[in-house]
Design a binder for this molecule. Sequence first.
Ligand code: MG
Length: 316
Amino acid sequence: MRYPQIRAFTGEPGVIRLAGHRGARGVLPENTMEGFEFTLNTGVKLLELDVTATRDGVVVITHNHRLTRSMVRDAEGNWLQGEEPKVAALTYAELQQYDAGGLDSSSAYGQRFPDQAFLSGVRIPRLADLLALLQRPQHQDVHLFLEIKSDPDLLADTAARQRLVETVVADVRNAEMQPRTVLHSFDWDLLADCQRIAPEMPASFLTQLPENDADVGEDSSKEVNPVAGCSVLDLPARVATAKGQFWCPYYLDITADALVLARDLGLTTMVWTVNEPEDIDRMITLGVDVICSDYPGRVQRLLLKQGMHWLPAAER
Ligand code: MG
């Protein structure tokens, strides 16, 4: 196989792989070291995370392009007021003034995750911080869906987009994490840059059909995801034509026929973000390769209940 890292993401009879979405967003603050460490300590071997860059070119792990008042407090501990600052307009040092350790329960976003622990003094981490953690001996088998978020204000700025990819790839290469990383995005043009700049890493194509609404309270990736007018059965071929290795559909979009098509095309299929027990069970029955969830513990329990596991016996 050209990409040995794909094995760690591939299901088999009795095994569906499990990825912690932004760590384990359902139970701990998303995209934080606290959340990643918790997820790893529960035996989850795949992490999904989102990255963008600060003004001074530091790759940081955060989902939205602006610090969002439902999930970020200022240095005094107050929820952000006024205009939400853009991450790309702040230096890394400035970003460290903010606290990303909890959700505002009165916000729509906060209400989506009522069980998320409320921490204080939590900083938005650098990608390099997570990659350093993964150097520890007990984490040598952990692999990443590294999602690059394209800046909606710079969609036409080819040089800036390329610079972002180069900066992210440089961090991964510095940590020698290419053999454990998949580059993941809704922005298929950005993935083409990834394939050119970092051909040693597989490309993972996210899709969400327009009929399924974007999630409440977070940045939408609609404008960069070129699937308007497609049916779900078109998507695997589109990914294969773009020379992707992974197809990552929204769980409400995927069908059994589409999964067969993807498999015939040699694609690995990951579904996101599957949180409700009945939906997790449906994805287990369908037999996807990877389930990505805000509640990795739920997926573990439901797999075990069926005599299945998220790791092959040899990897446990
Ligand atoms: Mg993501």
